[in-house]
Structures are given as C-alpha cells and as structure tokens.
Design a protein around this ligand. Structure first.
Ligand SMILES: C[S@@+](CC[C@H](N)C(=O)[O-])C[C@H]1O[C@@H](n2cnc3c(N)ncnc32)[C@H](O)[C@@H]1O
Length: 251
C-alpha cells in the first residue's frame, strides 16, 4: 500500500520550496512529507520535523535512516504549547513553515502559526495542505458500501475532535496569523485513481482508530472492506474527500 503524495509534491513545487531552503514541518507524523521535503531542499537545505507522538517519530526516523536523509532533524513537542523546541535557533532561521493534515487537529491553528513566525524570515513561505470531508461523498451512482465507509471515517474524526472543514478555513487561519494570504486551490480525491490507498485499504489501516472511537469493530471493518471491493467499478466516480492547498507569505 502506498499513499499518493503527488498533490503535496505539486503544492511544494508551485509554492517555490526549493533546493537549499530551511523548512519547519509541523505534525510530520511518520515522515512521508518530511522525506519529500528532504529530497527537494537537498544536502544544502534542512528540515526540522515536529510531532507530539514519539511513536510516529520513531517510524519517521526509520524511514529517513533507510533513505540516508542527513538534512533532517525530528523533535517531539506539542505544537499547542510554547515553541520552546525552537529556543536554540535564531529568529528568521526558516525559509518555510509547512505541514499536511495537521492544522485540523489544533484548537487554535492560527495562534500556533503566529507563535512560530519570529523564526520565519521576512518574505518566507507558509504552505499547508489540509483536508475537507464535509462536502463529500460525491457520486451520481448509488454506492452504499462506499457511503458507509465515508460516514464511519467522518464519525471517527468527529469523535477525535478533528476539524473536518479545515481546508475551507485555511485563508482565514493564515490571515489571522498575520500572514499575507496568496493562493488556495483544491483537488478531489477520486477512489481508484492514482497511487493512493483505496477506501477499503484505508478502513483497514485505520481499524484501531475506528475501534477506539467506538465506530466499528475489526470484523465490521473487514466485512465492509470486502463489500467495497465488490462495489468498486472503474466506470463510477466516487469522490471521498478534498485536498486544499494554500500558500501565504510573511511580509
Ligand atoms: C493525519 S497525521 C499527518 C501526518 C503527516 N503530516 C502526513 O501528512 O503524513 C497528523 C499528525 O499531526 C500530529 N499532531 C496532531 N496534533 C498535534 C499537536 N498538538 N502537536 C504536535 N503534533 C500534532 C499527530 O501526532 C500526527 O502525526
């Protein structure tokens, strides 16, 4: 199973993230985005990844070791606290502050970004990819198993306190942080297209979270994943989510 990172790659390229830049990545998780950033900025650049979970950071460390990324440093910290983890760095150290699907977990995302801005150089970029799941599913042919899977995922996110419309809030969030908002665009996640997890695979991957949110048991997940496979039909389009990408700049 492999996640489709092409939207994120386009976001970074179109936003001007380039070789030699110094990047602060929020909510780096298991390091997929970190790996992408490490490759883009190259040996003359650097990436500092921050996440509150030691568990995902150890997966990120393994991934980055495997590819021999020597330009990455990872720190365990809660973004909602004071950014003490940056205290050993001078102000204006970063060219870019970025992240993917992390602001949706924060209670005050604009406040968190504003608190990091002293460490971003003047003219520096702030680039985020965030999801919206409130305007989906989209389909013209009935696909009940797919609908049920999406409904389960929505309930899980709601139980976890995630902001499901974070994509829509990007312009306001970046502006209230004190940035000059420049651009937003969006891409639909179409099941079966590109190099991405299928809905059935995603359910199985998220099975422990679905169970701990009280949404579905492991055996219910297995049953629904099988029904999704049967229902899948390359001639029927099913939109399961939207990816919003935004760019802003520190004046
Ligand atoms: C959906 S994952 C995204 C991971 C990665 N950005 C990606 O796209 O593959 C969200 C990540 O944000 C992290 N996170 C959520 N709230 C956080 C907080 N308050 N402080 C630090 N990390 C946080 C989680 O631990 C998790 O790794």
């Amino acid at each position: 199973m492999k996640r489709d990172n092409s939207t994120t790659q386009r976001l970074f390229e179109q936003s001007g993230i380039a070789e030699g830049m110094s990047v602060l990545e929020l909510g780096c998780g298991p390091g997929e985005v970190t790996e992408l950033l490490s490759e883009i900025v190259g040996p003359s650049g650097s990436v500092l990844g921050v996440d509150r979970s030691e568990e995902v950071l150890s997966s990120a460390r393994e991934r980055l070791e495997r590819i021999g990324a020597e330009n990455v440093r990872l720190i365990c910290a809660d973004l909602e606290g004071a950014p003490d983890y940056l205290n050993d760095l001078e102000y204006s150290s970063f060219d870019v502050v970025t992240g993917r699907r992390v602001l949706m977990y924060l209670t005050h995302p604009g406040h968190v970004i504003a608190g990091l801005l002293p460490w971003l150089r003047q003219g520096g970029l702030v680039v985020f990819e965030e999801a919206d799941t409130t305007i989906c599913p989209g389909r013209v042919v009935a696909m009940p198993a797919h609908d049920k899977a999406v409904a389960w995922l929505h309930r899980m996110l709601e139980e976890e306190g995630v902001n499901r419309s974070m994509g829509f809030h990007l312009p306001a969030t970046l502006s209230t942080a004190g940035l000059q908002f420049e651009r937003i665009w969006a891409e639909a996640v179409i099941e079966g297209q590109g190099d991405q997890y299928s809905l059935g695979e995603l359910l199985q991957l998220l099975s422990p979270r679905l169970e701990s949110a009280g949404v579905a048991t492991t055996s219910e997940v297995e049953t629904l994943a099988a029904q999704i496979d049967i229902e899948s039909d390359p001639s029927n389009i099913f939109v399961s989510g939207m990816r919003f990408c935004a760019r802003a700049r520190k004046l």
